[in-house]
Design a protein around this ligand. Sequence first.
Ligand code: ASP
Length: 434
Amino acid sequence: MKKLALYWKILLGMVFGVLIGLLFTYFEGGKEIIQDWIKPFGKIFINSLKLIAIPLILAALIKGVSDLKDISKLSQMGGKTIGIYIGTTIIAVTIGLTLVNFVNPGQSINESTRLEMVENYSGNTEKYKAEAKIQKDTGPLQALEDIVPENIFSAATSNRNMLQIIFFAVFFGIALILIPEEKGKTVKNFFDGFNEVILKMVDLIMLAAPYGVFALLAALIVESPSLDLFKALGWYAITVVFGLLLMISIYVLIVAVFTKKKPMFFMRGISPAQLLAFSTSSSAATLPVTMERVTEHLGVEEEVASFVLPIGATINMDGTSLYQAVAAVFIAQAFGMDLDFSTQLGIIATATLASIGSAAVPGAGMVMLVGVLGYAGIPEAGLALIFAVDRPLDMCRTMVNVTGDAAVAMLVAKSVGKLGDPYAKSWDDNYEMP
Ligand code: ASP
């Protein structure tokens, strides 16, 4: 029998997770059984992915940068990467804004539903506002200051410090290029080997992926709020999801046009990472898998992927920025506010920055949304309106965040002549477009 492809296995895990979750909500004590006996396996799975995120970035980036052997190549690739990342983010926010103005989902929320939701979720809103305030109370250059850690070992103790680790790794890699090859050889070989080991760990963890996502989704279902709330927010959720789907089609199109790879090639190659992003709601936790898929299934050479992807997981969040634009305007609509054109233009800028600043972890986009609301003078209490559906939307936007990183990795690889054909040896299909 033909072996089932990984994405089918993960998809099956997800479907069973949802079904078992639904089943267990129907009888008393079912929720607790899932929480006590199934949920921990999901947590273990996510932890095992997070566990290797920092070592992976360190090893992959040091190897990637030092492989370039030339500083000018690095700055060329760095410029392209950041430029394309910002470009795709602006496209995403613009799509979000256009859709939300067109669909006008805020109109479907009546006065009493709005009051009820603000009442129900006000506690959560306060929590998010407090988190956002910590970020806001700092100076304009704080983000830049934060990139340079004062101690690499303490920086490496938290997955939230990815940019600091990236900074250290790139710096280390550059220095490695600059010393005589003979002297750097041992260090380079060490990181090459280290990188291989981490990639093997990703392979091994992925064997457990179908079971991991099963546990994650079963737990999510038994813990999700009532269906009624979802209904009230239907149009808002549909607008976000439709925008996200549009964004995925744009990636597919850009990849097809610029790299001449067929849509199926791209979607098939990246799908396990997408499903994992959906199940974990974290681009950081998905990074090891994104890296593996992009290098081994999409043909991006390692030195490009190991540079472009960790940076993308941290700063390129197209799904998040699109969602932030829709959410901000939706809340304004629900409160009966009219946002003028210049405020909406400002939302493009703030949502772009807010998505860059969002950590690659579940719910981070909502924390940074507070900044966008603050800029546009939209009541922060409105966060309570979107709270109920935030988790499912987080799952969808994370999927888009990861897809965007992969698409940009392919574009950058193509532009520097580092895009190969991974299937040439093992597949019969010719995925190359004429
Ligand atoms: N969960 C998202 C990610 O990790 C960030 C967010 O939008 O909350 O990519």
